[in-house]
Design a protein around this ligand. Structure first.
Ligand code: PMP
Length: 391
């Protein structure tokens, strides 16, 4: 049996149409197949590989940490400088009011932590969320999934959540004194890179202030430079009470986090003590990779290049939506999307669709993509979309 057959046979599948790209290794903006075929990566493993694949600085940091120690104790007990250095760096970039970081393993887990924290801090039951939001696959995260079909078949998920229309200021009235938190992606990733209106986010902040609900920004996809700032909230000038990070945070290694003021975060330490714990959260190797990736972001001025490449994609392709390098381009149908993806794979370009938007192609490349690669990729994308259009 070949690798593809074994993959299909032995690994549990998530769809009946996996991409089946065989990976030999990955370097920079490219992933290589066993036959030496190079694929330009336009999706970064879904928003993860922002500093490119196999960055030498990340590899070196991982090797050094692995040679020193791996897991030593569950999160929150032992003093590990690598975790502390990362938290300190993150808080420096987040700015006030953020004072403490809680390190976990995945975006879903960070969302769970943030929602538990909001309920525990406010003593209130309700969580509000938005249409077409994606916050993860665990039961708590599924309870705030913005498309009900995703949770169908898995109910009951966590009760006490209420869905609101996105970018609809009037609907914010339903946030009230029983609302613990409102969770939102400043740019909705899985909705096909759909940005919140600045006036909507500002109104949401005001409504949360009026009612005492905590505002939670899920920046799992938008954070760590993807939109051209360290965090998308910095461009909106709306500061959340809790921020959730993941994906690119770990520089390619599993790591996620939620951050808040100390006065909010400290409620997790009592009534009940150990109310939120994790074995591997803040794994030292992941923290070392994360620190290295943050250094690369600065040393290579990767955020400074985001706007130029966004402009290139917008110049070459029609109706590009999104912010920074979290973009999408429309197709006519899901069949068209799939045909374009297949044609692009043949041409050595990896793109993808979105969980809640089947008529758009995803453009979320490593931030290390060069302007020349961006232009070439945009042209290949444009041609593939045209060539696969049903007439
Ligand atoms: N929030 C957002 C905005 C996401 O895009 C994702 C993952 N696509 C998650 C949460 C969940 O992260 P993970 O898959 O690491 O659990």
């Amino acid at each position: 049996m070949g690798w593809r057959q074994k993959f299909l046979s032995y690994l549990a599948q998530t769809t009946d149409m996996p991409m089946l790209v065989e990976v030999s290794h990955a370097e920079g903006n490219f992933i290589y197949g066993p036959d030496g075929k190079a694929y330009l990566d336009l999706i970064s493993g879904i928003g993860v590989s922002s500093v490119g694949h196999h960055h030498p600085a990340v590899v070196k940091a991982v090797q050094a940490q692995a040679a020193s120690h791996a897991h030593v104790m569950v999160y929150g007990e032992f003093v590990q400088p690598v975790q502390i250095r990362l938290a300190e760096r993150l808080l420096e970039k987040l700015g006030p009011p953020f004072e403490q970081v809680y390190l976990v393993n995945s975006g879903s887990e960070a969302v769970e932590g943030a929602l538990k924290l909001a309920r525990r801090y406010t003593g209130r039951p309700w969580i509000a969320f938005f249409d077409h939001a994606y916050h993860g696959s665990t039961a708590g995260a599924l309870s705030v999934a913005g498309a009900s079909w995703l949770a169908r078949g898995y109910r009951p998920v966590t009760p006490g959540t209420r869905r609101l229309p996105f970018n609809d200021i009037a609907a914010l009235e339903t946030i009230d004194k029983h609302t613990a938190a409102v969770i939102i992606e400043p740019v909705q990733g899985e909705a096909g890179a759909r940005p919140a209106d600045p006036a909507f986010l500002a109104a949401l902040r005001r409504r949360c202030d009026e009612t005492g609900a905590l505002l939670v920004f899920d920046e799992v996809q938008t954070g760590m430079g993807r939109t051209g700032r360290w965090f998308a909230f910095q461009a909106y000038d709306v500061v959340p009470d809790i921020i959730v990070l993941g994906k690119a945070l770990g520089g390619g290694y599993p790591l996620a986090a939620f951050a808040a003021r100390r006065s909010v975060m400290e409620v997790l330490t009592h009534d009940p003590m150990l109310g939120h714990i994790t074995t591997f959260g803040g794994h030292p190797v992941s923290c070392a990779a994360a620190l290295a990736a943050m250094e690369v972001m600065e040393a290579e001025k990767l955020m400074e290049g985001v706007a130029e490449k966004e402009r290139i994609f917008r110049e070459v392709l029609p109706d590009v939506r999104g912010q920074g390098l979290l973009l999408s381009v429309p197709t006519d149908s899901f069949a068209h999307t799939k045909a374009a993806i297949a044609r692009l794979l043949d041409a050595g370009v990896i793109t993808d669709w979105f969980l809640f938007e089947q008529c758009r192609l995803r453009i979320a490349p490593p931030l290390t993509l060069t302007p020349g690669e961006a232009r070439d990729a945009a042209r290949v994308l444009r041609d593939a979309i045209e060539a696969t259009r049903e007439r």
